[in-house]
Design a protein around this ligand. Structure first.
Ligand SMILES: Cc1cc2nc3c(=O)[nH]c(=O)nc-3n(C[C@H](O)[C@H](O)[C@H](O)COP(=O)(O)OP(=O)(O)OC[C@H]3O[C@@H](n4cnc5c(N)ncnc54)[C@H](O)[C@@H]3O)c2cc1C
Length: 417
Protein backbone atom coordinates (compact mmCIF):
# COMPACT_ATOMS: atom_id res chain seq x y z
CA UNK A 1 0.00 0.00 0.00
CA UNK A 2 1.40 3.41 -0.96
CA UNK A 3 1.27 6.27 1.53
CA UNK A 4 1.12 9.99 0.79
CA UNK A 5 0.83 13.15 2.81
CA UNK A 6 -2.21 14.36 0.87
CA UNK A 7 -4.55 12.42 -1.45
CA UNK A 8 -6.79 14.52 -3.68
CA UNK A 9 -9.65 12.53 -5.17
CA UNK A 10 -11.09 13.97 -8.41
CA UNK A 11 -9.13 16.04 -10.92
CA UNK A 12 -11.61 18.72 -11.88
CA UNK A 13 -10.78 22.44 -11.48
CA UNK A 14 -10.94 22.18 -7.68
CA UNK A 15 -8.88 18.97 -7.44
CA UNK A 16 -6.19 20.24 -9.76
CA UNK A 17 -5.88 23.47 -7.76
CA UNK A 18 -5.77 21.54 -4.46
CA UNK A 19 -3.08 19.16 -5.73
CA UNK A 20 -1.00 22.07 -7.06
CA UNK A 21 -1.10 24.15 -3.90
CA UNK A 22 -0.52 21.11 -1.69
CA UNK A 23 2.49 19.90 -3.70
CA UNK A 24 3.91 23.41 -4.06
CA UNK A 25 3.67 23.77 -0.28
CA UNK A 26 5.91 20.74 0.09
CA UNK A 27 3.44 17.89 0.72
CA UNK A 28 3.85 14.56 -1.07
CA UNK A 29 0.57 14.71 -3.01
CA UNK A 30 -1.36 12.28 -5.18
CA UNK A 31 -4.18 13.31 -7.53
CA UNK A 32 -6.59 10.47 -8.33
CA UNK A 33 -8.96 10.59 -11.31
CA UNK A 34 -11.34 8.10 -12.90
CA UNK A 35 -10.88 9.49 -16.42
CA UNK A 36 -7.76 9.09 -18.57
CA UNK A 37 -7.12 12.85 -18.45
CA UNK A 38 -7.68 15.67 -15.99
CA UNK A 39 -9.98 18.70 -15.92
CA UNK A 40 -13.39 17.41 -14.85
CA UNK A 41 -16.19 19.53 -16.26
CA UNK A 42 -13.68 22.02 -17.71
CA UNK A 43 -12.51 19.34 -20.19
CA UNK A 44 -14.76 16.24 -20.04
CA UNK A 45 -17.84 18.44 -19.85
CA UNK A 46 -16.82 20.48 -22.93
CA UNK A 47 -17.30 23.77 -21.10
CA UNK A 48 -15.27 26.51 -22.74
CA UNK A 49 -16.08 29.54 -20.63
CA UNK A 50 -15.01 30.58 -17.15
CA UNK A 51 -18.12 31.98 -15.45
CA UNK A 52 -17.93 34.27 -12.46
CA UNK A 53 -14.57 35.41 -11.26
CA UNK A 54 -12.02 35.30 -8.52
CA UNK A 55 -9.18 37.76 -8.30
CA UNK A 56 -5.59 36.66 -7.92
CA UNK A 57 -4.25 33.15 -7.41
CA UNK A 58 -4.00 30.12 -9.67
CA UNK A 59 -7.23 30.76 -11.60
CA UNK A 60 -5.95 34.07 -12.96
CA UNK A 61 -2.70 32.40 -14.03
CA UNK A 62 -4.60 29.65 -15.88
CA UNK A 63 -7.08 32.11 -17.38
CA UNK A 64 -4.35 34.37 -18.74
CA UNK A 65 -2.49 31.43 -20.24
CA UNK A 66 -5.44 29.61 -21.85
CA UNK A 67 -8.16 32.09 -22.62
CA UNK A 68 -8.72 34.31 -25.64
CA UNK A 69 -11.32 36.90 -26.42
CA UNK A 70 -13.62 35.88 -29.25
CA UNK A 71 -16.75 37.72 -30.28
CA UNK A 72 -18.21 38.69 -26.92
CA UNK A 73 -16.58 36.59 -24.24
CA UNK A 74 -13.23 35.10 -23.33
CA UNK A 75 -13.20 31.39 -24.07
CA UNK A 76 -10.69 28.53 -24.03
CA UNK A 77 -9.97 25.34 -25.95
CA UNK A 78 -10.60 22.26 -23.80
CA UNK A 79 -7.81 20.24 -25.49
CA UNK A 80 -5.20 22.95 -24.86
CA UNK A 81 -6.41 23.22 -21.27
CA UNK A 82 -5.99 19.46 -20.73
CA UNK A 83 -2.33 19.71 -21.74
CA UNK A 84 -1.70 22.86 -19.73
CA UNK A 85 -3.12 21.29 -16.56
CA UNK A 86 -0.78 18.30 -17.00
CA UNK A 87 2.23 20.61 -17.49
CA UNK A 88 1.41 22.46 -14.28
CA UNK A 89 0.89 19.24 -12.30
CA UNK A 90 4.12 17.69 -13.53
CA UNK A 91 6.09 20.87 -12.87
CA UNK A 92 4.82 20.79 -9.27
CA UNK A 93 5.72 17.08 -8.88
CA UNK A 94 2.16 15.97 -8.21
CA UNK A 95 1.78 12.17 -8.42
CA UNK A 96 -1.00 11.66 -10.97
CA UNK A 97 -3.06 8.46 -10.94
CA UNK A 98 -5.56 8.16 -13.79
CA UNK A 99 -8.08 5.40 -14.61
CA UNK A 100 -8.69 4.97 -10.90
CA UNK A 101 -12.19 5.14 -9.47
CA UNK A 102 -12.68 5.97 -5.80
CA UNK A 103 -14.69 3.15 -4.20
CA UNK A 104 -14.74 3.61 -0.45
CA UNK A 105 -13.22 5.30 2.56
CA UNK A 106 -11.82 2.94 5.19
CA UNK A 107 -12.50 4.72 8.44
CA UNK A 108 -11.77 4.10 12.08
CA UNK A 109 -13.97 6.33 14.23
CA UNK A 110 -13.53 9.83 12.75
CA UNK A 111 -10.26 9.05 10.95
CA UNK A 112 -9.98 7.92 7.32
CA UNK A 113 -7.08 5.47 7.32
CA UNK A 114 -7.10 4.64 3.64
CA UNK A 115 -9.25 4.66 0.54
CA UNK A 116 -10.03 1.79 -1.83
CA UNK A 117 -9.78 2.45 -5.56
CA UNK A 118 -10.70 0.45 -8.62
CA UNK A 119 -7.46 0.84 -10.58
CA UNK A 120 -8.01 -0.51 -14.07
CA UNK A 121 -9.57 -3.75 -12.83
CA UNK A 122 -7.75 -4.23 -9.51
CA UNK A 123 -8.87 -2.96 -6.14
CA UNK A 124 -5.97 -1.05 -4.57
CA UNK A 125 -5.69 0.84 -1.32
CA UNK A 126 -3.95 4.16 -0.73
CA UNK A 127 -3.09 5.68 2.62
CA UNK A 128 -2.74 9.40 3.27
CA UNK A 129 -2.59 11.73 6.23
CA UNK A 130 -5.23 14.00 4.68
CA UNK A 131 -7.86 13.36 2.00
CA UNK A 132 -9.40 16.11 -0.14
CA UNK A 133 -12.74 15.21 -1.68
CA UNK A 134 -12.84 16.93 -5.08
CA UNK A 135 -15.24 14.53 -6.80
CA UNK A 136 -18.00 17.08 -7.32
CA UNK A 137 -20.62 14.75 -5.85
CA UNK A 138 -18.68 14.18 -2.62
CA UNK A 139 -18.20 10.42 -2.94
CA UNK A 140 -15.48 10.33 -0.27
CA UNK A 141 -17.53 12.34 2.23
CA UNK A 142 -20.60 10.19 1.55
CA UNK A 143 -18.61 7.00 2.03
CA UNK A 144 -17.07 8.40 5.23
CA UNK A 145 -20.58 8.90 6.62
CA UNK A 146 -20.71 12.73 6.55
CA UNK A 147 -24.34 13.89 6.81
CA UNK A 148 -25.82 15.47 3.71
CA UNK A 149 -29.03 16.70 2.15
CA UNK A 150 -29.93 16.65 -1.52
CA UNK A 151 -30.73 19.67 -3.69
CA UNK A 152 -33.08 22.43 -2.55
CA UNK A 153 -34.54 22.11 0.93
CA UNK A 154 -38.25 22.33 -0.02
CA UNK A 155 -38.39 19.26 -2.29
CA UNK A 156 -34.80 17.97 -2.64
CA UNK A 157 -34.91 18.53 -6.38
CA UNK A 158 -31.49 19.21 -7.90
CA UNK A 159 -30.51 21.51 -10.73
CA UNK A 160 -31.06 20.13 -14.26
CA UNK A 161 -28.31 18.26 -16.07
CA UNK A 162 -27.03 19.14 -19.56
CA UNK A 163 -24.81 17.52 -22.14
CA UNK A 164 -22.77 20.17 -23.90
CA UNK A 165 -21.84 19.91 -27.56
CA UNK A 166 -20.00 22.01 -30.11
CA UNK A 167 -20.89 22.88 -33.69
CA UNK A 168 -18.87 24.06 -36.68
CA UNK A 169 -20.02 25.96 -39.77
CA UNK A 170 -21.04 29.04 -37.78
CA UNK A 171 -21.05 32.31 -39.72
CA UNK A 172 -19.39 34.68 -37.27
CA UNK A 173 -20.38 37.74 -39.28
CA UNK A 174 -24.00 37.37 -38.20
CA UNK A 175 -24.08 34.69 -35.46
CA UNK A 176 -25.80 35.43 -32.16
CA UNK A 177 -24.67 34.11 -28.76
CA UNK A 178 -27.62 34.45 -26.41
CA UNK A 179 -27.84 33.37 -22.80
CA UNK A 180 -30.86 33.15 -20.47
CA UNK A 181 -33.52 35.76 -21.34
CA UNK A 182 -31.30 37.81 -23.67
CA UNK A 183 -33.18 36.76 -26.81
CA UNK A 184 -36.87 36.22 -25.91
CA UNK A 185 -37.83 35.91 -29.57
CA UNK A 186 -35.59 32.85 -30.06
CA UNK A 187 -36.76 31.30 -26.78
CA UNK A 188 -40.40 31.66 -27.95
CA UNK A 189 -39.51 29.98 -31.24
CA UNK A 190 -37.81 27.13 -29.40
CA UNK A 191 -40.78 26.64 -27.07
CA UNK A 192 -43.07 26.44 -30.12
CA UNK A 193 -40.66 23.96 -31.73
CA UNK A 194 -40.82 21.80 -28.59
CA UNK A 195 -44.64 22.05 -28.47
CA UNK A 196 -44.79 20.86 -32.09
CA UNK A 197 -42.96 17.72 -30.93
CA UNK A 198 -39.78 18.53 -32.86
CA UNK A 199 -37.59 18.48 -29.78
CA UNK A 200 -37.74 16.40 -26.63
CA UNK A 201 -38.77 18.22 -23.47
CA UNK A 202 -37.72 19.99 -21.32
CA UNK A 203 -35.51 21.86 -23.79
CA UNK A 204 -36.53 25.52 -23.93
CA UNK A 205 -33.69 28.02 -23.52
CA UNK A 206 -31.10 29.17 -26.00
CA UNK A 207 -27.54 29.37 -24.66
CA UNK A 208 -24.81 29.61 -27.29
CA UNK A 209 -21.18 30.40 -26.54
CA UNK A 210 -18.68 31.40 -29.18
CA UNK A 211 -16.05 28.69 -29.66
CA UNK A 212 -12.31 29.11 -29.25
CA UNK A 213 -11.82 28.18 -32.91
CA UNK A 214 -13.32 30.56 -35.45
CA UNK A 215 -16.61 29.39 -36.95
CA UNK A 216 -17.52 27.21 -33.99
CA UNK A 217 -19.87 27.51 -31.02
CA UNK A 218 -20.58 25.55 -27.84
CA UNK A 219 -24.21 24.74 -27.19
CA UNK A 220 -25.59 24.57 -23.64
CA UNK A 221 -29.21 23.76 -24.50
CA UNK A 222 -29.91 20.11 -23.75
CA UNK A 223 -31.84 19.75 -20.51
CA UNK A 224 -32.93 17.03 -18.10
CA UNK A 225 -34.93 17.82 -14.97
CA UNK A 226 -35.79 15.85 -11.83
CA UNK A 227 -32.80 13.57 -12.18
CA UNK A 228 -30.39 12.62 -9.40
CA UNK A 229 -26.70 12.75 -10.34
CA UNK A 230 -25.87 10.20 -7.65
CA UNK A 231 -28.13 7.55 -9.19
CA UNK A 232 -26.82 5.53 -12.16
CA UNK A 233 -30.29 4.93 -13.61
CA UNK A 234 -31.06 8.65 -13.59
CA UNK A 235 -27.66 9.41 -15.11
CA UNK A 236 -28.32 6.87 -17.86
CA UNK A 237 -31.74 8.40 -18.56
CA UNK A 238 -30.06 11.82 -18.75
CA UNK A 239 -27.30 10.63 -21.12
CA UNK A 240 -29.84 8.94 -23.43
CA UNK A 241 -32.32 11.81 -23.47
CA UNK A 242 -29.74 14.52 -24.09
CA UNK A 243 -28.15 12.55 -26.96
CA UNK A 244 -31.62 12.47 -28.52
CA UNK A 245 -31.95 16.24 -28.03
CA UNK A 246 -28.62 17.09 -29.74
CA UNK A 247 -29.66 16.52 -33.41
CA UNK A 248 -33.07 18.08 -32.73
CA UNK A 249 -31.41 21.22 -31.35
CA UNK A 250 -29.05 21.37 -34.35
CA UNK A 251 -32.09 21.32 -36.67
CA UNK A 252 -33.57 24.20 -34.66
CA UNK A 253 -30.34 26.19 -34.87
CA UNK A 254 -30.17 25.71 -38.64
CA UNK A 255 -33.74 26.80 -39.15
CA UNK A 256 -34.12 29.69 -36.73
CA UNK A 257 -30.88 31.09 -35.38
CA UNK A 258 -28.92 33.73 -37.33
CA UNK A 259 -25.45 32.48 -38.30
CA UNK A 260 -26.21 28.76 -37.77
CA UNK A 261 -27.82 27.88 -41.14
CA UNK A 262 -24.91 25.61 -42.09
CA UNK A 263 -23.91 24.41 -38.65
CA UNK A 264 -22.96 20.79 -38.04
CA UNK A 265 -22.05 18.68 -35.02
CA UNK A 266 -18.35 18.73 -34.12
CA UNK A 267 -18.28 16.99 -30.74
CA UNK A 268 -20.39 16.05 -27.75
CA UNK A 269 -19.07 16.14 -24.18
CA UNK A 270 -17.70 12.89 -22.76
CA UNK A 271 -20.20 13.01 -19.95
CA UNK A 272 -23.50 14.53 -18.96
CA UNK A 273 -22.90 17.62 -16.83
CA UNK A 274 -24.28 17.35 -13.30
CA UNK A 275 -24.78 20.76 -11.72
CA UNK A 276 -25.85 19.85 -8.19
CA UNK A 277 -26.20 16.82 -5.95
CA UNK A 278 -25.29 16.58 -2.25
CA UNK A 279 -24.84 19.35 0.31
CA UNK A 280 -22.65 18.13 3.16
CA UNK A 281 -22.61 19.12 6.78
CA UNK A 282 -19.47 21.12 7.45
CA UNK A 283 -18.32 23.06 10.47
CA UNK A 284 -20.00 26.02 8.76
CA UNK A 285 -22.62 26.07 6.00
CA UNK A 286 -22.15 29.00 3.62
CA UNK A 287 -25.42 30.82 2.94
CA UNK A 288 -26.75 33.16 0.27
CA UNK A 289 -26.93 35.89 2.95
CA UNK A 290 -23.18 35.53 3.58
CA UNK A 291 -22.62 36.04 -0.14
CA UNK A 292 -25.03 38.97 -0.48
CA UNK A 293 -23.66 40.66 2.62
CA UNK A 294 -20.09 40.14 1.43
CA UNK A 295 -19.08 38.76 4.81
CA UNK A 296 -15.31 38.71 5.24
CA UNK A 297 -14.80 35.58 7.32
CA UNK A 298 -11.81 35.61 9.68
CA UNK A 299 -10.90 32.14 8.45
CA UNK A 300 -11.32 32.88 4.72
CA UNK A 301 -9.53 30.58 2.31
CA UNK A 302 -11.15 32.09 -0.78
CA UNK A 303 -11.24 35.86 -1.25
CA UNK A 304 -12.83 38.15 -3.84
CA UNK A 305 -15.12 35.53 -5.38
CA UNK A 306 -17.93 36.73 -7.58
CA UNK A 307 -20.70 34.96 -9.46
CA UNK A 308 -24.46 35.35 -9.82
CA UNK A 309 -26.94 32.98 -8.17
CA UNK A 310 -27.20 30.62 -11.12
CA UNK A 311 -29.90 28.05 -10.45
CA UNK A 312 -31.51 26.72 -13.61
CA UNK A 313 -35.25 26.03 -13.53
CA UNK A 314 -35.59 22.80 -11.54
CA UNK A 315 -38.92 21.84 -13.10
CA UNK A 316 -38.68 23.19 -16.66
CA UNK A 317 -36.41 25.21 -18.91
CA UNK A 318 -34.71 28.58 -18.43
CA UNK A 319 -33.37 29.99 -15.21
CA UNK A 320 -34.98 29.56 -11.79
CA UNK A 321 -37.27 32.49 -11.01
CA UNK A 322 -36.29 32.21 -7.33
CA UNK A 323 -32.69 33.21 -8.05
CA UNK A 324 -31.63 36.18 -5.96
CA UNK A 325 -30.58 39.34 -7.82
CA UNK A 326 -26.94 39.63 -8.84
CA UNK A 327 -25.28 42.66 -7.30
CA UNK A 328 -21.69 41.88 -8.18
CA UNK A 329 -21.02 40.70 -4.67
CA UNK A 330 -17.38 39.92 -3.88
CA UNK A 331 -17.36 37.33 -1.17
CA UNK A 332 -15.14 35.06 0.89
CA UNK A 333 -15.45 31.37 1.75
CA UNK A 334 -14.44 30.20 5.23
CA UNK A 335 -12.15 27.25 5.94
CA UNK A 336 -14.88 25.82 8.20
CA UNK A 337 -17.07 25.14 5.12
CA UNK A 338 -14.35 22.74 3.95
CA UNK A 339 -14.18 20.83 7.25
CA UNK A 340 -16.46 17.80 6.98
CA UNK A 341 -18.28 17.14 10.28
CA UNK A 342 -17.58 13.78 11.87
CA UNK A 343 -14.17 13.35 10.25
CA UNK A 344 -10.75 14.60 11.36
CA UNK A 345 -8.71 14.28 8.15
CA UNK A 346 -11.12 15.06 5.30
CA UNK A 347 -11.54 18.36 3.47
CA UNK A 348 -14.51 19.09 1.21
CA UNK A 349 -13.56 20.86 -2.01
CA UNK A 350 -15.07 22.52 -5.10
CA UNK A 351 -18.77 22.22 -5.63
CA UNK A 352 -19.15 19.81 -2.70
CA UNK A 353 -18.18 22.15 0.18
CA UNK A 354 -20.80 22.85 2.82
CA UNK A 355 -23.26 25.40 1.47
CA UNK A 356 -26.96 25.96 0.92
CA UNK A 357 -28.70 25.22 -2.38
CA UNK A 358 -28.76 28.94 -3.25
CA UNK A 359 -25.17 29.68 -2.15
CA UNK A 360 -23.99 26.63 -4.12
CA UNK A 361 -25.55 28.06 -7.29
CA UNK A 362 -22.99 30.86 -7.02
CA UNK A 363 -19.76 29.19 -5.83
CA UNK A 364 -20.14 26.14 -8.14
CA UNK A 365 -18.54 28.00 -11.09
CA UNK A 366 -15.08 26.84 -12.12
CA UNK A 367 -12.99 29.90 -11.10
CA UNK A 368 -14.39 29.83 -7.56
CA UNK A 369 -13.97 26.03 -7.33
CA UNK A 370 -10.32 26.55 -8.24
CA UNK A 371 -9.98 29.14 -5.48
CA UNK A 372 -11.50 26.69 -2.99
CA UNK A 373 -9.05 24.01 -4.11
CA UNK A 374 -6.09 26.34 -3.77
CA UNK A 375 -7.12 27.09 -0.18
CA UNK A 376 -7.80 23.42 0.63
CA UNK A 377 -4.41 22.24 -0.65
CA UNK A 378 -2.52 24.96 1.24
CA UNK A 379 -4.34 24.14 4.51
CA UNK A 380 -3.76 20.39 4.09
CA UNK A 381 -0.04 20.86 3.41
CA UNK A 382 0.27 23.20 6.40
CA UNK A 383 -1.33 20.60 8.66
CA UNK A 384 1.06 17.91 7.42
CA UNK A 385 4.14 20.10 7.70
CA UNK A 386 3.37 21.17 11.26
CA UNK A 387 1.84 17.84 12.30
CA UNK A 388 -1.43 19.52 13.25
CA UNK A 389 -5.00 18.21 13.14
CA UNK A 390 -6.99 19.94 10.37
CA UNK A 391 -9.13 21.76 12.92
CA UNK A 392 -6.05 23.35 14.51
CA UNK A 393 -4.59 24.85 11.34
CA UNK A 394 -3.95 28.57 12.02
CA UNK A 395 -5.80 29.89 9.00
CA UNK A 396 -4.28 33.37 9.30
CA UNK A 397 -0.88 31.77 8.67
CA UNK A 398 -2.24 29.98 5.60
CA UNK A 399 -3.76 33.24 4.36
CA UNK A 400 -0.28 34.76 4.52
CA UNK A 401 1.08 31.85 2.43
CA UNK A 402 -1.82 32.13 -0.06
CA UNK A 403 -0.98 35.81 -0.52
CA UNK A 404 2.80 35.58 -0.67
CA UNK A 405 3.24 32.25 -2.48
CA UNK A 406 0.13 32.02 -4.63
CA UNK A 407 -0.80 35.62 -5.41
CA UNK A 408 -4.20 35.49 -3.68
CA UNK A 409 -5.44 38.98 -2.81
CA UNK A 410 -6.74 40.37 0.47
CA UNK A 411 -10.55 40.29 0.64
CA UNK A 412 -12.16 43.55 -0.37
CA UNK A 413 -15.76 44.58 -0.83
CA UNK A 414 -17.16 46.16 -3.99
CA UNK A 415 -14.18 45.84 -6.29
CA UNK A 416 -14.96 46.06 -9.97
CA UNK A 417 -14.90 42.96 -12.13
C1 LIG B 1 -23.80 21.57 -17.75
C2 LIG B 1 -22.94 22.45 -16.92
C3 LIG B 1 -22.52 23.67 -17.43
C4 LIG B 1 -21.70 24.50 -16.67
N1 LIG B 1 -21.24 25.67 -17.21
C5 LIG B 1 -20.26 26.36 -16.59
C6 LIG B 1 -19.60 27.42 -17.25
O1 LIG B 1 -19.90 27.74 -18.41
N2 LIG B 1 -18.60 28.06 -16.58
C7 LIG B 1 -18.24 27.72 -15.30
O2 LIG B 1 -17.33 28.35 -14.76
N3 LIG B 1 -18.86 26.71 -14.64
C8 LIG B 1 -19.85 26.00 -15.28
N4 LIG B 1 -20.43 24.94 -14.65
C9 LIG B 1 -20.07 24.60 -13.25
C10 LIG B 1 -18.73 23.89 -13.14
O3 LIG B 1 -18.40 23.21 -14.31
C11 LIG B 1 -18.66 22.87 -11.99
O4 LIG B 1 -19.42 23.23 -10.89
C12 LIG B 1 -17.18 22.73 -11.60
O5 LIG B 1 -16.48 22.10 -12.67
C13 LIG B 1 -17.00 21.96 -10.32
O6 LIG B 1 -15.62 21.70 -10.15
P1 LIG B 1 -15.17 20.47 -9.26
O7 LIG B 1 -13.71 20.37 -9.37
O8 LIG B 1 -15.78 20.60 -7.92
O9 LIG B 1 -15.90 19.19 -9.93
P2 LIG B 1 -15.81 18.55 -11.38
O10 LIG B 1 -15.43 19.52 -12.42
O11 LIG B 1 -17.13 17.84 -11.56
O12 LIG B 1 -14.64 17.48 -11.24
C14 LIG B 1 -14.81 16.30 -10.48
C15 LIG B 1 -13.76 15.30 -10.92
O13 LIG B 1 -13.82 14.15 -10.08
C16 LIG B 1 -13.77 12.97 -10.87
N5 LIG B 1 -14.46 11.91 -10.13
C17 LIG B 1 -15.76 11.86 -9.78
N6 LIG B 1 -16.04 10.73 -9.12
C18 LIG B 1 -14.87 10.05 -9.04
C19 LIG B 1 -14.50 8.80 -8.46
N7 LIG B 1 -15.40 8.02 -7.83
N8 LIG B 1 -13.22 8.39 -8.57
C20 LIG B 1 -12.29 9.15 -9.21
N9 LIG B 1 -12.58 10.35 -9.78
C21 LIG B 1 -13.85 10.79 -9.69
C22 LIG B 1 -14.50 13.37 -12.15
O14 LIG B 1 -14.18 12.50 -13.23
C23 LIG B 1 -13.98 14.79 -12.35
O15 LIG B 1 -12.79 14.83 -13.07
C24 LIG B 1 -21.28 24.08 -15.38
C25 LIG B 1 -21.68 22.85 -14.87
C26 LIG B 1 -22.49 22.04 -15.64
C27 LIG B 1 -22.86 20.69 -15.09
Amino acid sequence: MKTYDVAVIGAGPSGIAAALSSAKSGADTILIEKNGYVGGMSTAGLLNLWCGDIQGGLYQKIRLKTTEKRVKRSVYNTEILKEYYIDLLQEANVNILLHSVFLKANKSESHIKSISLLCAGDIDEIEAKIFIDSTGDGWVAKSAGVNYSKGRPSDHLMQPMSLLFSVGGVDETCAVYPTFNTNPDLEEKLKKYVKEGKCSEPVGHVILIEGFEHGTANVNMTNVIMADGTNAEDLTRAELLTRKQVPQIIEFLREYVPGYKNCYLLQTANTIGVRETLHFEGEYTLTEQDIQNQIIFDDWVVSNASSCFGNHNLTGSGSDENNLPYRHERYTIPYRSLLAKGTDNLLLNGRNISGTHMAHSSYRVMPICMGIGEGAGACAAFAVKHNLPLREVPVKEVQRILKTEFGVLNPQKNIEI
